[in-house]
Design a protein around this ligand. Structure first.
Ligand SMILES: [Mg+2]
Length: 411
């Protein structure tokens, strides 16, 4: 740690990580749970632990553990049903507060954010001052604990925040980052999956300090940009910038010009289904979801459109197609169709929903992700709903407001 001014830092990145977020909110909102071992599960009968309080963690209770097994470790463990809406509400309020510290903010997950303070260096006297300011704000406004890590890049700042939990502040001076990291296992870095770990171990890399022994190209050739980034991260030289909120697109849409004057409802449904899958897949690819959809079809008399606001945020093709079906059922098809359009409006990052979806939803997300990976590798529609498996011949029309840049990448 140091209290020196940061004027010599090329960048100042802060990582804020709320501690045992859901459990801390439960303990805050229900005073009888304070200082008690509690586990948050999906519903009152939930079998799997989503997160637990520090009092429970002291017994060896971990996220993902079965509640029955946890109860054996800690017979006094209290089960609390999760309240996702409350967690998201608190999260959004915390993010607004952090936004006041620096407008350059990336919401990384429901309980984590990065702030770039590079352009606010004149306002704040030192990294330690900022860390204490953030802690004070979060504690006084929300009565919740958080850990803060500061360095000159995202990866080192995130690593720093993990070092002292709960309630810690860790500042890693950029010139010391490589030395500090060198003794820690590479698995301590965010984004090192089991597959990457095995690959690194095979090449003799166990601690971050071992990374220098292999050329960057070994990782680059095998894992592309993510591999190259991990090589730099291990040496405290992560170059990834923040994915700022302002980069979110206003809409994500796909349209298609149909066979002129199409009256065949099945064919129109098929095109809508295809567009729905494409919009959903693009949202998932860039980690967005939306609860507002614009659906339309064009006849010689003009556009017939509808807008749907859904109770949940969506990024699954079948859900979006269900909205298209509502529009199709209202249309009498007196005139043939020339074009269709499906657009998700005001998409938001999925990060906020991370970890809190229901179990069945979670299974579907895993399936979606597997299908996306296959289609990315072997081509569009390698796996797709039966209705649209035959490729459509007419060209796609991409919504002009979509700008494929600045979205959160895989780490
Ligand atoms: Mg956390």
């Amino acid at each position: 740690m140091n209290k020196q001014p940061s004027s010599h830092w090329s960048k100042i990145i802060v990582h804020v990580d709320m501690n045992a977020f859901f459990a801390s909110i439960e303990q805050r909102d229900f005073s009888h749970l304070r200082n008690k071992p509690i586990a948050v599960t999906n519903g009152i009968k939930g079998s799997c632990i989503i997160t637990s309080s520090y009092e429970a963690r002291a017994f060896g209770i971990k996220t993902g553990m079965k509640f029955i097994d946890a109860k054996r470790l800690c017979p006094k463990l209290i089960r609390r049903p999760s309240r996702p809406e409350q967690y998201i509400k608190v999260s959004e309020e915390i993010m607004k507060t952090l936004n006041d510290v620096s407008p350059d903010i990336e919401i990384f997950s429901v309980d984590e954010a990065f702030l770039d303070l590079t352009y606010c260096q004149k306002i704040y006297p030192s990294p330690m001052y900022v860390a204490q300011l953030i802690k004070k704000k979060i504690f006084s406004q929300f009565d919740l604990p958080c850990s803060i890590g500061i360095s000159n890049n995202k990866s080192t700042a995130k690593f720093a925040a993990k070092l002292h939990k709960p309630n810690g502040i860790t500042i890693i001076n950029p010139c010391e980052a490589e030395t500090v990291l060198s003794k820690y296992p590479v698995t301590e870095l965010c984004g090192v999956s089991r597959g990457i770990q095995n690959f690194l171990n095979y090449h003799g890399v166990f601690a971050c300090g071992d990374m220098k022994k292999i050329p960057i190209s070994i990782l680059g050739n095998r894992f592309g940009n993510i591999g190259r980034r991990i090589w730099l991260m291990a040496q405290g030289k992560d170059i990834d910038g923040l994915n700022l909120i302002s980069n979110a697109p206003k809409s994500i849409g796909h349209g298609k010009v149909t066979r002129p004057n199409t009256c065949d409802v099945d064919e129109i449904k098929k095109i809508f289904h295809y567009m729905s899958e494409k919009v959903a897949r693009r949202m998932r690819l860039h980690r967005y979801e939306s609860n507002l959809f614009f659906v339309g079809l064009k006849t010689k008399k003009g556009w017939i459109t509808d807008q749907f606001k859904t109770a949940r945020y969506l990024n699954h093709g079948r859900d979006i197609f269900a909205l298209c079906s509502k529009l199709i059922s209202k249309v009498q098809f007196k005139y043939g169709v020339f074009q269709v359009q499906v657009t998700a409006m005001k998409p938001r990052p999925t990060n906020l929903q991370h970890d809190i979806f229901h179990h069945s939803e979670s299974k579907r997300k895993i399936l979606d992700s597997a299908v996306d990976k296959i289609n990315q590798r072997y081509g569009e529609l390698t796996i797709a709903p039966a209705r649209i498996i035959d490729k459509l011949e007419s060209p796609d029309v991409i919504s002009p407001s979509w700008r494929p840049k600045g979205h959160r990448k895989s780490i």
